[in-house]
Design a binder for this molecule. Sequence first.
Ligand SMILES: *[C@@H]1O[C@H](CO)[C@@H](O)[C@H](O)[C@H]1NC(C)=O
Ligand SMILES: *[C@@H]1O[C@H](CO)[C@@H](O)[C@H](O)[C@H]1NC(C)=O
Ligand SMILES: *[C@@H]1O[C@H](CO)[C@@H](O)[C@H](O)[C@H]1NC(C)=O
Length: 463
Amino acid sequence: MNRSFRRFLLYSARKVGRHRALLFTLMMFSMSVGLFLSILAALSLSFGRPQANRLAVHLTAGDATPVGAEAYARGWVGFPALHSRVNCSQALTDPKRNFMYPQAVPRVTLKDILAQCRNSCKTFAENNGFNRHPKVTKEELHFPIAFIILFHKDLDQVLFLLRAIYRPHNVYCLSVDLSATQELIEATLAVSGCLQNVFVASKLENIVYAGFSRLMADVHCMADLFSHRVKWNYVINMPGQQFPLKSNLEMVRILKLYNGANDVLGDIRSRYVPRRYLFKHHVMIGRNASAPTVAESVHLNPPPPHGFRIVKGSAYNTLSRAFVKMVLRHQWVKDLISWSRDVESPDEYFWATLNHASEVVVPGSFVGVPENKPWITSYTAWQGLAKCASKFVRWICIFSPGDLPNLVSQVHLFANKFYIDHHPAALHCLDQYIYNLTVSGTVRGLEYYRALPFLVPYDNFDE
Ligand SMILES: *[C@@H]1O[C@H](CO)[C@@H](O)[C@H](O)[C@H]1NC(C)=O
Ligand SMILES: *[C@@H]1O[C@H](CO)[C@@H](O)[C@H](O)[C@H]1NC(C)=O
Ligand SMILES: *[C@@H]1O[C@H](CO)[C@@H](O)[C@H](O)[C@H]1NC(C)=O
């Protein structure tokens, strides 16, 4: 990316080097029947943030109800081609076996997806396992969640993700990048026509990496979601390369504890990259049909409107309905969005700035020091800060089976990122894991979430 980011990474790596106190305890209980295996993993890794706690890992059997057994029999969990070749109980607990697992799965083509949808929606759902979930519990029914998925390729991977989080009572906005192929856009529309409460955003963007369009893609989805008949409580946005680490029921329990608070990353120290908003940035049309890019100009950007203090964060967040309403309606927020037009990666500033604002009352915001608040929407293993069992791409670990024991003990709702063509057994086993939790109705420990500092008024400004 750029030099300042590299400097940040080096700085952080040094900082972590000092702070690293690594404690790893692994305990295994094999219960007599051999069906239930629990693993308690405790690892503490301090990045100068509140403790990044870990949760106990439970493996549960997915055949507690006929739904689970049938879903396995019909190849609706994980990738059918990997079933006989990957022992997920082993992969989820033993980090040393990447080499043993298949490196590829047969891909589902756009043609296949289109043909299935055109045949009948029943064919599509049957082929892709969209009816695999047990009946939604009352508790989940009364707490719908909205999801936004942004992508430009690999629709089969997006469907794998969508199936994992899909429930007919939730609502899903698909934001497909207009720079994707026509066929991919058509197939996405066809899929949305087949699934209840799944729709394609009414306004799509030609997304430029680090550009304003990336921010607007989420805002458009939020506008559609806000007027949708499903009165969701929270919205979570993600790229197509994420995957859940919690079941829907677990997410509901966690979000209920938030009680209206947003989970937005905020950083005013190390990741603060002022050049990105001090100077105007413009989209450069790529020559030779290469992708357009965002370039810094020599012109200064005006200061943010209404005295907003700029806070750096992430594009991916968990936002309350009231927060989204303010984003769509409040004039000051609209002004902040307009101002963001010439900022580099405005999606990494806008949400964070608003959620930590003191200039205006923001529903569910965080008024303490941004860094004192953990961020649990999405887990990313950054190069220099965390381990990665295979490879880093742009400083981010692309997860593989060797990362699974670490992943399933994280407190985060999702993990970023996976490539369907890079050690797909990771997605395969995580899907089984979350599916089995769903079928058995298991909710793992909530103590960590009950103690989150952003749930209650927070006035201890010191670390
Ligand atoms: C999920 O449940 C199925 C069916 O009982 C079982 O075969 C499988 O090993 C379980 N997988 C995981 C990861 O818990
Ligand atoms: C899968 O691995 C677990 C744990 O290593 C082992 O107990 C079990 O027998 C294996 N299952 C199969 C079908 O190989
Ligand atoms: C631009 O496209 C032309 C023709 O396709 C090609 O010969 C040339 O190498 C390309 N230049 C760059 C910088 O990619």
